[in-house]
Every structure is written in structure tokens, then in C-alpha cells.
Design a protein around this ligand. Sequence first.
Ligand code: NAD
Ligand code: UDP
Length: 335
Amino acid sequence: MSVLVLGGAGYIGSHAVDRLIAKGYDVAVVDNLVTGHRAAVNPQARFYEGDVRDQDFLNDVFDKEDVDGVIHFAAFSIVPESMKKPLKYFDNNTAGMVSLLEVMNQHDVKKIVFSSTAATYGEPKQIPIKETDPQVPTNPYGESKLMMEKIMHWADQAYGIKFVALRYFNVAGAKPDGSIGEDHHPETHLVPIILQVAAGERDELSIFGDDYPTKDGTNVRDYVHVVDLADAHILALEYLKAGHDSDAFNLGSSTGFSNKEMLEAARKVTGKPIPAKMAPRRAGDPSTLIAASDKARKVLNWQPQFDNVEDIIATAWNWKEKHPAGYDDRNGATK
Ligand code: NAD
Ligand code: UDP
């Protein structure tokens, strides 16, 4: 029986595939390589290049693979882009989920672990954010993911497809040996952009907004290490295998760091000056996002290993120093 990982060539998906294989699972990956990298996929996983929205292609994969459970990372996830091109997000993300559930139902596959996001909460009413708090997204990306959660809810009611929605807060870091890591084109996330400045690839960091109601005026976010996050997916899959009902869990550290604090932490880790300037607010950014993540710890027995941002940044810096060109340095890399 195999675990099918959709979006397994992406940043988080490739770390999940790597952890699944390390723990002895049989893994197959589907990815259309629109933002992912073939070279990021552990060679012990079987790889199928194609689009989640292509039901003929997906049916073929499910015919070939004896799929026990699905982990679904395949989506677009750039907030500012989603503000300008909302339909691109509803098409790829939301319609992709409909296609996937249709094929899962046809093949009697009844377990799915899903990449959801703190962006489904929007501007929170209280901090830390609990799983039961209102979900009112402030951007189309978050809306597309909330719709995916709702679609899974109704597919559970109708077909008995059980799901775990994992609502990630801010994911950062890389596998500690530096063999895989984050390589997005264009890069929009704070930590890799700070490290691009540290490496001399960009002149300076622009900090988006310093007039938010936070400790130093810059946005506050909750950072979780990508390997800890990957492990939570395996726990969620086992939770479903044990016969538990569908549920949603926040994944974060329950601690908030401002954008300025992240910059200072990166200066300390890298020993580089990392020039920065203040810039206007970025559309769609909530002021503060911090997770209440005790539910995942209690119910899934999730025990994150990385509990401070300097350690998280250090693993991302290690990947960056070993692979300044990202995956372009790999023989046989297709992207
Ligand atoms: P990523 O872009 O690196 O990975 C997404 C992968 O899915 C890529 O390999 C891409 O090629 C593939 N893909 C996209 N659309 C596809 C389609 N229609 N068919 C087949 N493959 C497709 O992104 P990531 O940072 O690894 O994020 C993975 C998931 O986690 C996303 O669903 C995102 O919404 C969610 N998430 C990420 C963060 C974060 O901080 N990175 C935070 C919260 C949630
Ligand atoms: N950010 C920034 N400059 C950048 C990239 C990001 O100031 O070049 C800020 C962004 O406005 C947000 C925080 O860093 O406040 C985290 O953004 P990211 O895109 O990494 O994750 P998000 O919180 O949007 O999921």
C-alpha cells in the first residue's frame, strides 16, 4: 500500500516525502512541476508528472498505485499574486480538490491529509488563534483553501472520505543536512528573502509596513520548522488510519516573532549585516498570526524538535550556503 503525495516536488511536500521514506513508507508523488523541482523528490519515491485537475491522468495513477492514503500539498500559495489573480487560485487550488476527491471516491480511497493555512482565519479576533475560531480570509488564497476544507467536509458526509486539515502558520528551514530546502521562483517568503540579502543576491530587504498594532509596528508571525511540519502529516495519516474522525489542527509554535525580530535573528545566525528598509504595507497581510497549537500536540502527539527561530533560520542558511543556485545545481534537474 502506498502513500500518494500530491505536490511532493514542492518545498514542504519534498520534505514530507523524505520523512515518509525515512520512516519506511512506500511513496508515490504526483506533481506538475509548475513551482516544484524534480530533483527535490527523494529517488526512492515513484514520480508521476501531471496535473491534479487532469482526472484521466489521476485515474491512471490511482490504477497503477495501491493508494492507502493521500497527502495533498499541490496548490498555489502566494498571497499578493492571489489578490491580483484570484481565479488562478480558485481554479488550481479549489477545482484541484474537486478533481482529487472525485478520483479518490472512484478508487475507494478514504483518507486525505490536507495542507491548509493560517490564511483561512484572516484577521483574527483573538491571539493565539484556536481551531474553532471564525475563518474569514482576507485574501483569495486563504479563501481558496477554506473552500477546499469545506469541500472535504461535504465529501466526508457524502462518501465517508475522512480528512485532516493541517493549518500551517509560517513554515521555514530546511532538512538539517542541507540536501533539500526552499527554492521558489519568484521567492516571496520572508526567511528565504532575508537569506538572499545575506548571500548578496539582493541589495536589501524591504519590510512591508511598520504601522501595525504590534510590538515594533511590523507584522508578527509564528514560525514552524519544515521537518517538524512534515512529521505532523505522518502523524495525521496514522490518526486517520486508526479510524478517527475528520478534524483540523493548527501547526505553529505558539510564539510570535515580528519581521524586525526575524531580521535581527538572521543577522545573528549568518553574521552578515543584511541591509533593510521600511516599505509600504503588502495587501492582504493580517497584523498578527500566532497559533494555539496545543491540540496537535495533545491529540496527534506532535512533538516539534525545533523550538527557536535561530535554529530554524540556521538550517535554511545551511541549505542556502550549500546550494546557492537552489536545485539548478543538480545533475538531471528538470527545473
Ligand atoms: P510549493 O509551491 O513549493 O509546492 C507546491 C507543489 O505543488 C509544487 O511542487 C507544484 O509544482 C505542485 N502543484 C501546484 N499545483 C499543482 C497541480 N495543479 N497539479 C500538480 N501539482 C501541482 O509550495 P509549498 O511552500 O511547499 O506549500 C505547499 C502547500 O502548503 C501549499 O498547498 C500551501 O498552500 C501550503 N502552505 C504553505 C505555507 C508556507 O509557509 N510555505 C504556509 C501555509 C500553507
Ligand atoms: N515580508 C516582508 N518583506 C518581504 C517578504 C515578506 O516584510 O520581502 C513580511 C510579510 O509582509 C509578512 C511576513 O514577512 O508580514 C511573512 O510573510 P511571508 O510571505 O513569508 O508569509 P505569510 O505570513 O504571508 O504567509
